[in-house]
Write a protein that binds this ligand. Structure first.
Ligand code: C5P
Length: 255
């Protein structure tokens, strides 16, 4: 069984639009163990996928599933079982991480960028600056972090959030100084756009921040929020009591 970690953007700056319809980014990203997916993959006569787990609902079980597309692109037929622990539409890169795990298992990590902007990071893991549309990676030094992830009971559509960023004229997100030694100032330029697309997100963020007593960072294009919990062992419990949705205690440990 392969354990598939989530991808968490600690910071995401959108530098501008590109001619190919994507956006130029600069994102500081880490791999975290919670929430996580788990998958098995074995040779088969034709490619199939069976999806179980708390977030299996709505996950495609046909050729549009990114894990299946990874196998198709590698030119092999496999039977995949996928236990979905990473919520969909949360900005935690679940589908990209599954595809990355399949490519690594098949010995074809070189195909990652063809499957999506986040797949190269999911192959890389650990901590990296993502640039270009996300596929240009530079290893980053990030200190060990305890992180609480709060996922509301609604998701955000990534294309819709990027579209809103364009329509809003390219807004800049808040700059957050976490006070954690070794972390640069953080921020997510997609936050104003995500709150525009999903009006319930702002109230969710306020509830998380009030319970945590610290600022919360939007994960990717949302809808999950992350709080650096280092030094506050009780933070997870407070956030869990305060919000509706799924709350995880995660950590980043440098490899
Ligand atoms: O590459 P991926 O398929 O994950 O991207 C999903 C959508 O997110 C794209 O269709 C695009 O609308 C948006 N996106 C973007 N700029 C990026 C990454 C994603 O506009 N750098």
């Amino acid at each position: 069984m392969i354990v598939v970690p989530s991808k968490l953007t600690l910071s995401l700056r959108v530098l501008g639009m590109r001619a190919d319809g994507f956006h130029d980014l600069e994102a500081l990203t880490v791999a975290i163990g919670e929430p996580h997916d788990a998958l098995t993959i074995e040779a088969a006569e034709r490619t199939t996928i069976a999806v179980t787990g708390p977030f299996a609902s709505g996950v495609p079980v046909d050729a549009t599933n990114l894990a299946v597309r990874a196998a198709d692109l590698a030119g092999v037929t496999v039977a995949i079982t996928l236990h979905k622990g990473i919520p969909n539409g949360a900005g935690l890169g679940g589908g990209s991480a599954d595809a990355a795990a399949v490519l690594v298992a098949l010995g074809r990590p070189d195909l990652a960028a063809d499957l999506g902007s986040d797949v190269p990071f999911c192959v890389h893991g650990d901590a990296a600056w993502m640039r270009g549309r996300g596929e240009i990676l530079e290893p980053a030094t990030v200190p060990a972090l305890d992180i609480v992830i709060a996922v509301p009971p609604f998701g955000c559509s990534t294309p819709a959030v990027y579209r809103a960023w364009d329509e809003l004229g390219g807004p800049t997100g808040r700059t957050i100084d976490t006070g954690v030694e070794g972390l640069p100032p953080l921020g997510n330029d997609l936050e104003p756009a995500a709150e525009h697309v999903e009006p319930r997100l702002a109230a969710f963020r306020r509830a998380v921040e009030e319970a945590a007593g610290r600022p919360a960072l939007l994960a990717g294009s949302g809808s999950a929020y992350a709080v650096i919990a280092s030094g506050d062992a009780d933070l997870h419990t407070r956030v869990e009591r305060a919000v509706e949705g799924a709350v995880y205690a995660a950590s980043y440990l440098p490899c």
